[in-house]
Design a protein around this ligand. Structure first.
Ligand code: ZN
Length: 579
């Protein structure tokens, strides 16, 4: 890649206080005649095939061209060399003006924008490299154009400069398991996301027509995270959630994949109630059509079968604990028997209670029969097949129904309707003894989940950070910081947790060339922190500023977003749906 320090030799801006933007290039008005230079910045797409020639030519004489990984030119920065006594000013049709006309004709100009510079900051770029103190990050438009440790880094004229002294810069965060980001509650939750440094989310229950939904988004004036948009939930008969698409058989499974892909979903969201036939048909069709399927491992399918069938991500460790037990088969058979007797139309109340108690006992047995060697062999398959895991520890912890959570001051950002649902918790419809047992079980399962996540990390299973926002105690925006802390608590190093919400998210979506790290050419989605997140992961909450698509939101702007979210939350709201 082109060396910025040697190439960005423009005039010293300190000598050029009256820089003005005139048309397509800026001309400094230094009268000394010694260090005058011109600078032209173009954002453009380049015609393939010519890049070799252009790169050599432009870098040699007049500036530089940024190429992205596809060889497309993302941006060109064309400099007129400083005019020195050895190189007198040429008038008339100078080579520069000829080249300029040629270049402008060659490229399609995409737009102009002011630069943003974050100076003297410790960069944690999330590539895996060590933190780099005293770095300067230069952003032009919505892209990062320089990351440098040198004090000599050229700062573009007219740039907005943020002093990062003593601060830490991380890539913008992605919450990879949310709900509600694409529905009517969006403006409210979007503000909470951005105010918390969440620049993107994976929506796990999208609208029926993703293309139609995207067409409505251009008019949204508020800052919003980028949304990786799932299909509606695809479930079996008697679905767990309203608005699910019900698939009863193989033919319907194939048809639904076709339809949802045509309507623009980024992936098919599969759910717990799918039959084996329907699930494997969806898997097969999705593979044929090259669209990922992500979500729960259905109750009727094992985690090993799901990874074998190519499920791209498994949420909430569904069916994973069962797969970590040597008794997976007998547990599955027993579960089927108990659930059938619970649901039997002629079952009496005492029979239902007995079956319910036995199901809880069986779930405890799943935890107790965890076997490390069995787990390791399952996780080796996940790693080999590239089956991502979104443990959503935030959701699992919320299911403990910890009374401390109701005092969480962040609950002020929820509407009354959502708050009422959350306060009721998961078990309000259970009789007290069953409720106590469920809470005990949730605690045991949460502890096991953390053990599983640690072992997955050590086995090389790719992990995503997701919260399951809109379920009780999974807060939009704030929740991702909870999830990062849970991942570290489980056993991930702070950097690995941070990567789960940044680099990994980009890699998962096939957007590693565009996002997820602080590198030249990446989208300028950044979070400026007061304190070091690698020293203590809770420091991801010490947000001083967010950069979203190159736009700077200082702390005061983030506070204003929170206030606005709180106001919106006061407006009666559609009831929250969950996972
Ligand atoms: Zn969910």
């Amino acid at each position: 890649m082109w060396n910025q320090e040697s190439s960005w030799n423009t005039g010293d801006s300190a000598h050029n206080p009256s820089m003005s933007a005139m048309g397509i290039f800026r001309q400094p008005t230094n009268s000394s005649g010694v260090r005058v230079s011109h600078e032209l910045t173009m954002r453009l797409r380049f015609r393939p095939g010519l890049n070799r020639w252009i790169r050599d030519w432009v870098v040699l004489e007049w500036g530089a061209v940024y190429l992205d990984r596809q060889g497309e030119i993302e941006m060109a920065r064309i400099l007129v060399p400083s005019i020195t006594p050895e190189r007198p000013v040429r008038r008339g049709h100078s080579p520069f003006s000829v080249y300029l006309i040629f270049l402008v004709a060659l490229f399609s100009v995409r737009g102009w924008s002011q630069s943003l510079v974050i100076k003297d900051v410790t960069v944690i770029d999330a590539t895996g490299r060590a933190a780099e103190p005293h770095s300067t990050v230069v952003i032009d438009g919505d892209h990062i154009v320089a990351v440098s440790r040198s004090k000599k880094t050229h700062l573009p004229q007219n740039a907005v400069i943020v002093d990062g002294t003593g601060k830490f810069l991380i890539p913008g965060l992605w919450d990879m398991h949310v709900h509600g980001a694409s529905d009517t509650r969006a403006p409210w939750s979007h503000l909470l996301f951005v105010a918390n440094g969440v620049v993107g989310v994976r929506d796990m229950s999208g609208p029926p027509d993703a293309n139609a939904w995207r067409a409505t988004q251009a008019s949204n004036p508020d800052p919003s995270p980028t949304i990786y948009l799932g299909s509606p939930i695809v479930d079996g008969p008697n679905p767990a959630w309203p608005d699910s698409i019900v698939v009863a058989n193989e033919a319907q499974g194939r048809e639904v994949v076709d339809q949802l892909q045509q309507r623009g979903a980024d992936f098919i969201k599969v759910y717990s109630g799918l039959s084996r036939n329907a699930y494997f048909a969806i898997a097969d069709e999705a593979k044929k059509r090259d669209i990922p399927f992500e979500g729960h491992v259905p109750d009727a399918v094992t985690a090993a079968e799901a990874t074998g069938a190519g499920q791209k991500s498994i949420e909430h460790l569904t069916q994973v604990a069962e797969g970590c037990s040597k008794e997976e088969k007998t547990i599955a058979a027993e579960r089927q028997r108990l659930e059938a007797s619970f649901r039997a139309p002629d079952a009496t109340m005492p029979q239902k209670i007995a079956a319910g108690q036995n199901i809880i006992r069986l779930n405890f047995h799943v935890v107790e029969s965890f076997d490390e060697a069995t787990a390791q062999s399952l996780f080796a398959q996940f790693a080999k097949n590239g089956t991502w895991q979104t443990p959503t520890l935030t959701l699992l912890q919320g299911q403990i129904d910890d009374p401390l959570n109701t005092n969480d001051p962040r609950l002020q950002y929820l509407s009354k309707e959502v708050r009422a649902k959350w306060d009721a918790g998961y078990y309000s419809h259970f009789p007290p003894p069953a409720r106590a047992a469920m809470v005990q079980l949730a605690k045991a399962e949460f502890d096991e989940s953390k053990r599983i996540v640690a072992l997955m990390y050590r086995t090389g299973v790719p992990i995503l950070a997701g919260t399951d926002t809109m379920n009780p105690h999974c807060l939009p925006g704030f929740g991702i910081h909870d999830e990062l802390a849970f991942l570290v608590d489980a056993g991930l190093p702070p950097l690995a947790a941070l990567q789960a919400a940044t680099r990994n998210a980009a890699q998962f979506m096939g957007q590693r060339d565009r996002r997820g790290t602080i590198e030249v050419g990446k989208t300028a989605d950044l979070v400026l922190l007061d304190k070091d997140p690698l020293a203590d992961i809770h420091n991801t909450r010490s947000i001083q500023a967010v950069v979203l698509n190159g736009k700077l939101f200082p702390r005061a702007a983030l506070d204003a977003m929170l206030t606005k979210a709180q106001t919106l939350a006061g407006i009666p709201d559609a009831a929250a749906s969950g996972k």
